[in-house]
Design a binder for this molecule. Structure first.
Ligand SMILES: Nc1nc2c(ncn2[C@@H]2O[C@H](COP(=O)(O)OP(=O)(O)OP(=O)(O)O)[C@@H](O)[C@H]2O)c(=O)[nH]1
Ligand SMILES: [Mg+2]
Length: 290
């Protein structure tokens, strides 16, 4: 896995003492890694306080305090996977602004779960662009997985309804729904996504098991405002952090969790179908200090 907190290691090498200069540099590197001001403040306050209270002033000690605080923000522990319904099909709804990597992530998830022996139905609910349906159909073909797709401009709710019907008829384990990233207005998009959720609730008697917001890790701080806008429209259960092969600023993971309370659950790190893994807070934190 590529290191996503590149700059931090620089300050370890320069460390002489826990001086103001050191704290300032730590602050700067956190911000450069896309950790928000609010989260940076929380981290620095906690680490500085513990350092004074426990009289820890050496580099290894300070690293330990920092590590503990980051794991605390991320909610600790290793992460075991997405919610699975005891009453199949499990439904994953993937949302996000255009170009962040939703359709690719849907294909990667399908590939991952197929390898685990799961029977999957893909729902091509991005009917706004005709190329979108073709793109997902191409992946479905490659993976030899069933897909439900209607004509361009068809009602995405109808696509989702049909995919649930198909999943039930075929005893499928899982429905993964790809959605549009752009419509005439952001309002239209949010209304459409809410409608998709309602269709799932109506047909299955419960909402999607996960509503996953895809965020492009190369976006920087703007990712937070995307997360905020989607969170206002619907409950986001987790983030799919995409394109981590193209950045060394992984701090957005901390920002989104600390500022918005939404955990990163899945990471993609390349264009290949197998470039996907579950986010692991402990591994992520270890990476910062390696
Ligand atoms: N390097 C890299 N490229 C990625 C990754 N995920 C997606 N991409 C690329 O990002 C571009 C957009 O990906 P899509 O999956 O089409 O994004 P989308 O969110 O579905 O886009 P819209 O349907 O237009 O909203 C494509 O060229 C993908 O190959 C990743 O993890 N790493
Ligand atoms: Mg797409």
């Amino acid at each position: 896995m590529r290191k996503i907190f590149n700059n931090i290691s620089k300050i370890w090498n320069k460390f002489k003492s826990s001086s103001d200069e050191f704290w300032d540099e730590l602050e700067e590197q956190l911000i450069l890694s896309d950790v928000s001001m609010k989260t940076t403040d929380r981290i620095l306050e906690s680490v500085k306080n513990s350092s004074y209270e426990k009289n820890i002033k050496d580099l290894e000690g300070i690293k330990g305090l920092l590590k503990a605080e980051i794991i605390e923000i991320l909610g600790g522990g290793a992460f075991g996977g997405l919610q699975v319904s005891i009453d199949p099909p499990t439904v994953y709804l993937v949302v996000g602004v255009n170009g962040v990597g939703k359709t690719s992530a849907v294909a990667k998830m399908a590939s991952m779960y197929k390898k685990q022996g799961k029977k999957i139905i893909l729902a091509a609910a991005d009917t706004y662009r005709s190329a979108a349906v073709e793109q997902l159909a191409h992946f479905a073909d490659m993976l030899d997985i069933d897909i439900v797709n209607h004509q361009r401009n068809a009602d995405p709710g109808a696509v989702v309804y049909d995919s649930l019907e198909k999943a039930i008829a075929k005893n499928a384990d899982m429905v993964i729904i790809d959605t549009a990233g752009r419509m005439q207005t952001s309002y239209n998009l949010m209304e459409e996504l809410k409608k998709i959720k309602r269709v799932v609730s109506k047909r299955l008697g419960r909402g999607p098991d996960e509503v996953l917001l895809a965020i492009d890790s190369t976006t920087g701080q703007n990712a937070s405002s995307q997360a905020e806008i989607f969170s206002e429209a619907m409950d986001i259960s987790g983030i799919i952090l995409t394109k981590t092969d193209g950045t060394s600023r992984g701090g957005i993971v901390l920002t989104i969790k600390n500022d918005l309370g939404v955990p990163v659950k899945i990471v993609t790190n390349g264009e290949k179908l197998e470039s996907i893994y579950y986010f692991d807070p402990v591994k992520f934190t270890d990476m910062i200090f390696s």
